[in-house]
Structure formats: C-alpha cells, structure tokens
Ligand binder design. Structure first.
Ligand code: NAD
Length: 468
C-alpha cells in the first residue's frame, strides 16, 4: 500500500508545509537496487576504544568494500583505531571535518568500565552531525553475558542505551543505528552481519542488538547469490511478506517451495511460477500437514535447507469478547504449526547441516496490543520457541526470528485509518516498512556466512516506539 504522506512531504511544497507545522518529515529509504551493488559506498569512518578486539577484522571487511575508509586519530582514547589496517587513512577528529559520512563504525569491545564510555563521546560527538542521509551507525561490543567483571558488563550493556538513542536522533534522515554483541573469539563471524547492517538491505532495521557467537569458519559463497544450491520452504508465500521472502531467497540463488492454503493456490502459483519455484497447497494447521510437507520435500528434493515459518493470521477481539475459535486458530497458525513441522523435519533428518529456521514474531508479541491477546500470546511464544531451540540445534543449524513492526501489506491495509497512520509514524524513521525489508533480514539469517547468528529476535520496525 502506498504512503501518500511520505510522497507529499518529499515535494518542495510538502517539505516547507511539514516544517512550518512541525510535522514529521520522513526521508525516503534507499533499498537495494542490484544484488551486485557494493554493500557500502562513500566515506566511512572507523574507530576503536582502546583494547578493541574487532578493529582489525572490521578494517579488513571495510577495506574490501567500495567505501573510502578513514580511521580516527589524534585521540588517546581511540589510539587502537589505527589497527584498522593500511587501507584506512587517519582522520584527526580534533580538526575541522569536511567529509559527509555514509557510515560510522565503532569497535567498543575494549570498554572495561564506565569511565571508558567516554570513548563513545570522543568518536561520535565530532562526527555524528557529519552523517549523510540513509547513513549507518554500527557499534560492536561484547555480549555482557560473557563479561565476568561487573564494571565491564555495565559498560558493554550501556552500549544498548547509547545505540538506541542515536537511532532516535538520526532516524529523521533515514539513517539507522545498530549494535552487534560478539562472544569471545567470534570476530571472524562478524562479516555477514557487518555487511547487512551497513547496506541498504537493512533500511528499516534500527535500534537492534544482535548476538553473534563463535562458530566454524563460514563456507565460501557466491557473493551475488549466496544461497545457490539451497532448498527453501516459505509458508504463507502467496502474498505480502511471504511472497517477498520467496522472491528474495530465489534472487539469492535458492530453489523455493512456496506453501499456502488451498484457496490461495492460484496466487501462490503466480508467485512460485515467476521464480522457478514449486507450489504446495496445504493448511499448516491440518493434522496431516507436517507429514505431507516432509513427504513432498523428501520425494522432490531429498532434503530442506531453509525453513521460513511466515504464515500467520490475526483474529482481533478484546479477550472478553473473543470467541474460542479465534483463540484456537491464532495460536495454531502462528505457533503450534511451526513447532510440529520442525519436529517432523528434524525427526526425519530432512533439515540438513548448516540449515536455517526463521520464525516470524511481531512487535505485538513483544509489547502486547489491545485486542490481540491471542496474537500477542502466539507471537511471544514464537520468541520462547526460538530461544529454546537455539540451545538445542546442532550441525551448524541456526534458528532466529524477525519481529516486524508496521509493514505495508494487506494485513495493515485492513486497519482503521487512524491506527494505520499511528502505526506508520510512531517509529524513528516515521514510515512503514516494505515486505522486502523483512525478506532481506531473513536472507541475512539464511546466508551460510551467518553461522554465528543464532537465537536472535531482530525487529524490522524502523525502531518503533512500541515495545523495548
Ligand atoms: P498476509 O495476511 O498478507 O499473509 C499471510 C499468509 O499466510 C497468507 O497468504 C495466508 O493465506 C497464509 N496463511 C494463513 N493461514 C495459513 C495456514 N493455516 N496455512 C497456510 N498458510 C496460511 O500477512 P503478512 O502481513 O504478509 O504477514 C506475514 C507474517 O508476518 C505473519 O506471520 C504476520 O503475523 C507477520 N507480521 C506482519 C506484520 C505486518 O505489518 N504486516 C507485522 C508483524 C508481523
């Protein structure tokens, strides 16, 4: 659905009117145009608090990009920035800065206590106003759960408040801020996440914290089609977010089996036909569905690599007015079916080594929502399921969730206009997301290079004010 206000406010007259009335003026978000597009271009500044463990890795990831790389110099607290390697030229943060940065990347893994937090100010204070539009702030820290000393845990946890606040300050220019928390020794697993969070693929993801664990070395992949050779199942693929997921995974090289309810067969076949995929008409709440799906995969492919549990429904009513079938259906589609399908696929060993499971939660599941006790219960249950399964999966399999905020689909087009407008504007980017924003996040989880990304719930919500 099109956002008329976003279009109007970006005309010269609309801009002036919005300014004089004090209305939000969302910036149009730049999304990926071509898969061979560089993940970042322009001027990028990189820096590290002393003792940073990720700076050399960041320097080599960014050194291979199309960006002109600078590292912070002339500051005692940021002296380790020079370890970014010789592709990065020194930039004196104490002098006049003439660059417009497309990204500011900061290695905060060296912070050992609250006093060290001053390094954040030293790096970002002189540079934050030099960010261009649709720019990126990315901070790398250590997961506080791995910090044995309280002052270090405090400093690392503090990064969350910092990044979330920065996201709110830069969102009006279409820019985002995110935080990657790495486990000890997981620097090598940063690559796919740094690329995703600096690129236009993460246009609608802001204020997020991703935990990255240590894992085996990522296999080499074709950078333009990293999912080549993978077989993907996408439920609810006939329209909306599911159709975008199917198209995005196919774009990245996967063979996609799209699944939807039998009445949606025609729409489903249009989606899968356009991407050389296969269509499977099936109601996932049918008791026979897990076996039917597993039989289909076994017969045609002998396996499955990527399972995307996208199918979902809402049946809104306040709890006292809710008929029991509204409750039962919502829990069954959004939560129970995924668990039963996964159980069957794992039991029959169809989900292979380095497989990926991605579930769809919702910010309603995180924050709760009036009239959605059933939906929020199911979508919060999805988070519990992902967190528990992440501790159990083996053989390089990962499981993660996305929690979309307001995404422009038929589901949100059906909302009353006042609620729809509030949903669109109440986030740092002051606009709704597109189905492709959710799909790109799922493609990042699915990448073979994301093998250290397990048990996360990333919100694709433009840093919605709702929820934490
Ligand atoms: P949508 O209603 O446009 O699409 C959902 C698809 O799931 C439909 O094609 C539908 O036929 C299919 N489906 C429903 N029940 C099914 C069943 N029993 N078996 C098989 N397929 C079934 O919704 P959407 O907006 O594209 O949402 C996709 C997912 O994202 C859902 O899980 C939804 O809860 C979640 N989500 C969406 C938003 C948003 O703003 N649109 C926000 C948060 C979460």
């Amino acid at each position: 659905m099109s956002d008329l206000y976003l279009r109007l406010v970006n005309t010269p007259v609309g801009k002036t009117a919005a300014q004089s009335l004090g209305l939000p003026a969302p910036a149009p978000l730049k999304r990926l145009k071509r898969t061979d597009q560089p993940f970042i271009e322009g001027e990028v500044l990189i820096g590290a608090a002393n003792g940073g463990k990720a700076i050399a890795t960041l320097g080599s990831i960014l050194g291979a990009s199309a960006a002109t790389l600078h590292h912070a110099s002339e500051s005692n607290r940021l002296a380790d920035s020079s370890k970014a390697g010789n592709k990065a030229r020194p930039l004196d943060l104490g002098s006049d800065i003439n660059q417009r940065f497309s990204a500011l990347v900061f290695d905060a893994t060296g912070l050992k206590g609250p006093a060290d937090l001053r390094a954040l100010y030293d790096f970002f204070h002189p540079t934050i106003k030099k960010l261009g539009s649709n720019a990126r702030v990315l901070v790398i820290g250590q997961n506080p759960a791995n910090c044995r000393k309280a002052p270090q845990a405090a400093a690392q946890r503090a990064l969350e408040g910092f990044v979330r606040s920065v996201g709110k300050e830069i969102g009006n220019k279409g820019s985002t801020a995110n935080l990657l928390w790495i486990a000890p020794g997981a620097e090598k697993q940063l690559d796919s996440s740094v690329r995703f969070f600096l690129s236009p693929r993460s246009a609608y993801v802001s204020g997020q914290i991703v935990k990255i664990g240590k894992s085996d070395a990522a296999p080499a992949t074709n950078p333009v089609a990293p999912l080549t050779g993978k077989v993907a199942l996408v439920t609810g693929a006939s329209r909306g977010i599911g159709a975008a997921i199917a198209e995005t995974l196919a774009r990245d090289g996967a063979t996609v089996i799209g699944l939807d309810i039998p009445p949606a067969r025609e729409e489903l076949e249009t989606v899968t036909g356009a991407i050389n995929g296969r269509a499977l008409a099936c109601d996932i709440t049918d008791g026979k569905a897990p076996k039917l799906i597993a039989d289909f995969l076994e017969e045609h492919f002998g396996r499955i690599d990527l399972v995307i549990h996208n199918a979902g429904i809402t049946r809104d009513k306040t709890l006292g007015n809710m008929p029991e079938h509204f409750w039962d259906m919502t829990i069954a589609v959004n939560l129970t079916a995924e668990e039963l399908i996964d159980e069957e696929l794992m039991h029959r060993e169809l989900l292979k080594e380095n497989g990926r499971i991605v579930c769809i939660s919702s910010i309603s599941g995180i924050a709760g929502n009036f009239g959605q006790t059933n939906y929020a219960t199911a979508k919060c249950g999805v988070i519990g399921y992902v967190e528990a399964m992440a501790r159990q999966v083996k053989n390089g399999i990962t499981i993660n969730a996305v929690a979309p905020g307001f995404i422009e689909t038929r589901m949100t087009a059906a909302m009353p206009i006042t609620i729809r407008e509030a949903g669109r504007r109440m986030n740092s980017l002051s606009q709704g997301g597109q189905p492709v924003d959710v799909a790109e996040t799922i493609a990042w989880y699915c990448s073979p290079a994301s093998n250290g990304v397990n048990g996360n719930v990333v919100r694709v919500c433009g840093q919605s004010l709702i929820g934490k």
